[in-house]
Write a protein that binds this ligand. Structure first.
Ligand code: GLP
Length: 250
């Protein structure tokens, strides 16, 4: 793992955006694995700015998103499809048909999940997978459990995840209790992985992902087994790495 600790959220976002932009410039028809949440918002803003400045084109890029809430329509302002449209897709030249987000309204979840994995396999897997991390170490919506789940699947969200995400909804009761998430097979099949985090509440999860026991109890720890991971965090999220003396690139 190459680890970068940036001074704050903006610097973390800018560095993450440079890594994604570098991937697109190197391979204009790349497959990006995309994430939602507060963490990547800043990076998406940089990518949109650079696109508007004529520095970056998404016209040949394909994207697959990590996850979606079960029961939310794309038009729901807390759905991850809505997030992707409003934070990135609507502002760049990506071809709408080339963007995939799991369908939270699917009536046939098992078939949908199998098709999602088959699509990712048909692309030769993702070139660069962007990940945030939950406070409990989840990646995508792969919650802590007894085993790593390989396939895209329907997940029961952990109570702590529902608590953490309640800030985006009118009330905690409005937070969906399930999601569809890419599994570890698709995530670990990516050629490169970029894990980003900011804020003190992510410090334990980042420490666990980078140096903890590799265990489904901390899903992010599986990333230690991937040969090409870049971790970009701010000082607060990286504070426990510093305290543990983990060597960092910058
Ligand atoms: C969410 C998402 C993850 C995200 C994580 C952290 O629930 N499913 O993909 O990385 O939790 O979110 P945030 O970046 O808002 O802290």
């Amino acid at each position: 793992m190459r680890i970068y600790i940036e001074k704050d959220y903006d610097a973390m976002s800018r560095r993450a955006a440079t890594v994604i932009a570098g991937e697109i410039l190197h391979n204009p028809a790349c497959v990006l694995g995309l994430a939602t949440g507060s963490t990547p918002e800043g990076a998406y803003k940089y990518l949109v700015d650079w696109h508007k400045q004529g520095l970056l084109s998404f016209k040949d890029v394909l994207s697959v998103n990590l996850d979606e809430y079960v029961g939310l329509a794309p038009s729901h302002d807390q759905s991850y499809r809505y997030f992707m449209q409003s934070n990135l897709f609507d502002h760049v030249d990506i071809v709408p048909e080339n963007t995939r987000v799991p369908d939270g309204l699917t009536k046939a979840p098992a078939a949908f999940c199998a098709d999602y994995d088959a699509y990712i396999r048909s692309l030769g897997y993702v070139d660069m997978q962007l990940l945030g991390i939950g406070r409990n170490g989840h990646i995508g919506f792969n919650e802590p459990g007894d085993c790593f789940v390989k396939e895209t699947h329907v997940v029961d969200l952990a109570e702590s995840t529902i608590d953490a995400n309640a800030r985006f909804f009118a009330s905690r009761d409005d937070v969906p209790k399930q999601a569809i998430s890419m599994g570890m097979g698709a995530i670990m099949g990516a050629k490169k992985i970029l894990l980003a985090a900011s804020g003190e509440e992510k410090a334990d999860a980042i420490l666990g992902a980078v140096t903890g026991t590799i265990s489904p109890r901390c899903p992010g720890s599986i990333l230690q087994l991937h040969p090409n991971v870049v971790v970009i965090v701010d000082e607060a999220a990286g504070s426990k790495l510093r305290a543990a003396g983990v060597s960092v690139c910058g």
